[in-house]
Ligand binder design. Structure first.
Ligand code: BES
Ligand code: MN
Ligand code: ZN
Length: 490
C-alpha cells in the first residue's frame, strides 16, 4: 500500500543551506524582496538567484509553477527550484506549488524553504499528493524515496496544521491504489479483505456474502455478478465518531472490479481501462479511511457493492428480468449498464437499514458523462438543493471539478419497459441523465440524495499538478471537507 511521504518540519537554519544536497526549493515573487534564506542563497550563488528572480522566464510563470536551476554554483544541491508563490496565495496555488516540487521527487533528499509562508502546510500537502507513485507491479530494485524536510518559521505550528492533511493524503492514496490495481489482483475477495483490514483503524467492517444478499432479495446486484468466478459482496464500513445513536450520513459506491460489459461485451480497444470501474467504491473507502485516521466527529456509513461483470454460460443475458431488493422488476436490455443495477440494491439497503440523514453515491457510471463534461468535471445529480450545494461548495474549495446536471420526469419516462417495471437503459441521448433517473427510482421520496458520475474524473491519461497520470482519488478531499463542514462544526 502506498503511504504519503513523511515531511519533517524544521525551524529555519540558514547555516545548513550551503551544505544541503539533492534538491532544494524556494518561494519567490517577481518584484518583491528576497527572503532571508533566499538572500543567503543568492550570496552563495554570487547574485545568480536575484538575476533568475528578475528574469523574463520567472515572470512568465503562473502562481505555483517552478523554474528549475541545475547544478547551481556555490551550492551543494543538484537542483534548485524557484517556485513562484506569493504570500497571499490561496490554498489551490499553495498546493500547486507543492505539487511542482513533489513532481520531480526521486531518491535524493529534498529541502523546501517554506520560510514564513502562511500556507506552508498546504504546500507540503501538495508535495505529498504529487509525489504519489503506483509501483506495486514494477520489478527491479526498489529504492526508497529521498527524505523530505521543510524549513519554516514555526515548525511545531505547521506540523500541527499538516497532521489532518496527512490523513486526507492517506485516504486519497488508498483510493488511488485501489483504482490503479488490475482486476486479477483486486478481485472482490481482495477488495473486501483490504476494507476489512481497516478495522485496525477503528472502523467496523461487515462483509455480506452471496447467500445473505440472496436472502435480502438483491436480485439486481446478484444478476450482474453471476457470470464471474469471484462472488459478489456488499461491504459496510461504519465510522461512529459523532453523537451516539444519531443517524449516519451514507456514502455508497459502485465497485465493479472489472466491467467487460458482460454478454453485451465491450470492444477490445480500451477494455483494459475497465479495471477502474470500482472507482466509486474506491472513493468511499478512501473517505472512510480518512475519517478514521483523523477521528472525525461524525457518524458516517460507507457501503460498496463489489461485483465483476463477465460473460459466461451463467452470465445474465440481455432481455433477462431481475427483481431488485426494493421489489421493482428490471428488464436488462444491455448487460453493460450494470453499475445502476448494483447501486439500485445497495442504495435501497442503505436506506432500509440505516435511515441515513442523506446519501451520496459515487460511480463510474456512464461514458455519456465524459461526452458531456470531459475529464474536468464529475456530473452531480440530486433531488436536494442544500445537499448538492454543500457538495459543490466543498468540491470547489478543494479544486475538484463538479458540475450540476439536470433531471426530470421526461428523462425518467425513457426507462419504461414493455414487460417489467423499467428497463436498465434509456437510450443514447442524455445517457448520463437517464442513468441518474434510474438510480433515483431507488431513492425514497424524502431522502436527500446526490449521485456523482465520476467516469471522467476517476482516472486520467495525463498527469495533473497534484497527481501523476492514472488514478486521481477525485472526490476524497471534497467529501471529507463536506463532512467536516456539515457535521463537525460548532
Ligand atoms: N463502466 C461503464 C462506464 C464508463 C465508461 C466508465 C467509460 C468509465 C469510462 C458503464 O458500466 C457502462 O458500460 N455504461 C454504458 C451504459 C450504456 C450501455 C447504456 C456506457 O456508458 O456506454
Ligand atoms: Mn458497463
Ligand atoms: Zn461499469
Amino acid at each position: 500500500m502506498s503511504h504519503p511521504l513523511p515531511i519533517r518540519f524544521r525551524d529555519t537554519d540558514l547555516e545548513a543551506l550551503a551544505r544541503q544536497t539533492g534538491r532544494m526549493a524556494l518561494l519567490a515573487e517577481p518584484g518583491s524582496t528576497l527572503s532571508p534564506a533566499a538572500r543567503r542563497i543568492d550570496r552563495a550563488m554570487k547574485g545568480a538567484l536575484s538575476r533568475a528572480v528578475a528574469s523574463d522566464a520567472f515572470d512568465k510563470l503562473k502562481p505555483g509553477e517552478a523554474l528549475e536551476m541545475s547544478f547551481p554554483s556555490g551550492l551543494a544541491v543538484d537542483v534548485l527550484l524557484l517556485v513562484r508563490l506569493s504570500k497571499r496565495a490561496d490554498i489551490a496555488e499553495a498546493r500547486k506549488a507543492g505539487g511542482a516540487i513533489g513532481k520531480g521527487h526521486g531518491t535524493t533528499p529534498c529541502l523546501i524553504l517554506g520560510e514564513s509562508h502562511p500556507r506552508a502546510a498546504d504546500i507540503a500537502f501538495g508535495f505529498a499528493l504529487r509525489a504519489y507513485e503506483f509501483n506495486a507491479h514494477k520489478t527491479g530494485e526498489k529504492k526508497d524515496p529521498g527524505a523530505v524536510a521543510m524549513m519554516v518559521a514555526d515548525a511545531e505550528k505547521v506540523a500541527k496544521a499538516a497532521a489532518p492533511m496527512a490523513a486526507v493524503a492517506e485516504g486519497v492514496f488508498f483510493t488511488r491504489d485501489l483504482v490503479n490495481e488490475p482486476a486479477n489482483v483486486l478481485t472482490t475477495y481482495d477488495f473486501a479483505a483490504r476494507l476489512a483490514a481497516m478495522q485496525e483503524l477503528g472502523l467496523d467492517v461487515e462483509i455480506l456474502e452471496e447467500p445473505e444478499l440472496l436472502k435480502l432479495g438483491m436480485g439486481a446486484l446478484l444478476g450482474v455478478g453471476q457470470g464471474s468466478e469471484s462472488p459478489s459482496k456488499v461491504v459496510v464500513m461504519h465510522w461512529n465518531g459523532g453523537k451516539k445513536g444519531e443517524a449516519p450520513f451514507a456514502l455508497v459506491g459502485k465497485g465493479v472490479v472489472f466491467d467487460s460489459g458482460g454478454i453485451s461485451i465491450k470492444p477490445a480497444a480500451g477494455m483494459e481501462e475497465m479495471t477502474m470501474d470500482m472507482g466509486g467504491a474506491g472513493v468511499v473507502a478512501g473517505v472512510m479511511r480518512t475519517l478514521a485516521l483523523r477521528k472525525a466527529k461524525a457518524n458516517v456509513v460507507g457501503l460498496v457493492g463489489l461485483v465483476e461483470n463477465m460473460p459466461d454460460g451463467r452470465a445474465q443475458r440481455p432481455g433477462d428480468v431481475v427483481r431488485s431488493m426494493k421489489g421493482d422488476t428490471i428488464e436488462v436490455i444491455n448487460t453493460d449498464a450494470e453499475g445502476r443495477l448494483v447501486l439500485a440494491d445497495v442504495l435501497w439497503y442503505a436506506q432500509e437499514r440505516f435511515r441515513p440523514t442523506g446519501i451520496i453515491n459515487l460511480a463510474t457510471l456512464t461514458g455519456a458523462i465524459i461526452i458531456a463534461l470531459g475529464h474536468e468535471n464529475a456530473g452531480v445529480f440530486s433531488n436536494d438543493v442544500p445537499l448538492a450545494s454543500a457538495f459543490l461548495k466543498a468540491a470547489a474549495a478543494e479544486g475538484e471539478g463538479a458540475w450540476m446536471m439536470p433531471m426530470g420526469d421526461s428523462y425518467d419516462a425513457k426507462l419504461k419497459s414493455r414487460i417489467a417495471d423499467m428497463m436498465n437503459v434509456g437510450g443514447r441521448e442524455g445517457g448520463a441523465i437517464t442513468a441518474a433517473q434510474f438510480l433515483k427510482r431507488f431513492i425514497k421520496p424524502d431522502m436527500p440524495w446526490c449521485h456523482l458520475d465520476i467516469a471522467g474524473t476517476a482516472l486520467l491519461k495525463n498527469d495533473t499538478s497534484l497527481a501523476p497520470k492514472g488514478a486521481t482519488g477525485w472526490g476524497v478531499m471534497a467529501l471529507d471537507r463536506m463532512i467536516r463542514d456539515r457535521f463537525e462544526k460548532g
